[in-house]
Design a protein around this ligand. Structure first.
Ligand SMILES: NC(=O)c1ccc[n+]([C@@H]2O[C@H](COP(=O)([O-])OP(=O)(O)OC[C@H]3O[C@@H](n4cnc5c(N)ncnc54)[C@H](O)[C@@H]3O)[C@@H](O)[C@H]2O)c1
Length: 317
């Protein structure tokens, strides 16, 4: 599991999930380039990692522009001599329903998540290919990108786009020995504090209280540290052959997401017309229309109750 001698960049790692990823990679031995737009949390993250016996430096700059991506790679090389691991985690929300979403809401979210992932991975992959020693790219998706979510047009577009890019990059970078995977986390952070459904659990986690089994096992909602284990795994030798995957983690739930795939295929001898599709669609697709959105199971009367054996694990995402 050791990452001694390795160097990682984690974007948006001043707080929340990014901080947990940076700390986990440092715990495993990697030197870490911390990044955030918030100077104070970036500095505090470096201090925490250093106090724990790790090595870290900070780049305070907004992910999105190419200049920041280049600066992150240059800093990894100038401070620690190499680059092995990139985690593209930086993110913001601008939630509102489609008809109220401004151009700025859309562009801001796409710029940080989708463009930020693109520019950082392009810079890191260019360096890794030239260095010829392989590497690990870990991008961050979301259940919203996989399934859609009310009020998150911009975020759904960005996160679905990120997992789409991951599949493409897994193919393009395979020959260079660079694995590319997505993590689909759910955890108590400042970001989920804004979701009313999760608010009580985020408050409990912030107060240091253990999350109830319903949250951890059925909802798949836990702490940033829970999610960091998947980043540690994907960066480690144990995952050397794993690429093009989307791995879900939240609380006690670990999941492998499927990629979109055709559910029903029908061939018409001379092609399909509006009339023949209209006449056949229900009989062809009727049992297979796809649901949208992430299921939100109802809490039990006693939230501390232990879920039945297999509950949560059997839940289809
Ligand atoms: N929390 C969840 O349950 C959850 C679920 C799915 C996906 N995610 C994803 O995980 C990532 C981290 O989320 P979080 O919950 O820790 O959020 P958070 O808001 O707690 O932390 C995000 C960090 O990114 C920083 N940041 C924002 N814009 C930046 C930019 N342009 N450049 C650099 N840093 C920037 C912020 O200052 C902050 O420190 C995001 O990509 C988010 O979409 C989170």
């Amino acid at each position: 599991m050791s990452l001694h001698g390795k160097v990682a960049i984690v974007t948006g790692s001043g707080r929340g999930l990014g901080l947990a990823y940076a700390r986990e990679l440092a715990r495993l031995g990697a030197a870490v380039v911390v990044n955030d737009v918030d100077t104070e949390v970036a500095k505090a993250a470096v201090d925490t990692i250093t106090a724990d016996g790790g090595r870290a430096t900070a780049v305070v700059a907004p992910v999105g522009p190419t200049e920041t991506a280049d600066r992150l790679v240059e800093t990894a090389v100038s401070e620690f001599g190499r680059l092995d691991i990139l985690v593209t985690n930086a993110g913001v929300l601008r939630d509102t329903v489609l008809w109220k979403m401004s151009d700025d809401d859309f562009d801001t979210v796409l710029n940080v998540h989708l463009r930020g992932t693109f520019t950082c991975v392009r810079a890191a992959a260019t360096h890794m290919r030239a260095a010829g020693e392989g590497g690990r790219i870990i991008a961050i998706g979301s259940p919203t990108g996989q399934r859609g979510n009310f009020g998150q047009t911009n975020y759904a577009a960005a996160k679905a786009g990120i997992v789409g890019m991951v599949r493409t990059w897994a193919m393009e970078l395979q020959r260079a020995g660079i694995t590319v995977n997505a993590v689909v986390p759910v955890a108590a952070t400042a970001m989920t504090e804004t979701v009313p459904f999760f608010k009580d659990f985020v408050d409990a986690a912030a107060a240091g209280e253990p999350l109830p089994p319903f949250a951890r096992k059925v909802l798949g909602f836990g702490t940033p540290e829970d999610a960091a284990s998947v980043v540690g795994y994907l960066a480690s030798d144990a995952a050397a052959e794993v690429t093009g995957q989307a791995i879900g983690i939240g609380g006690d739930r670990l999941a492998l997401w499927s990629h979109p795939t055709e559910q029903v295929v029908a061939i018409a001898e001379d092609g399909w017309s509006t009339e023949t599709i209209s006449a056949s669609a229900e009989s062809l697709f009727g049992g297979a229309w796809q649901s949208v959105g992430q299921p939100m199971p109802k809490p039990p009367a006693d939230p501390a109750a232990k879920p039945a054996d297999g509950e949560g694990a059997s839940q289809k995402p």
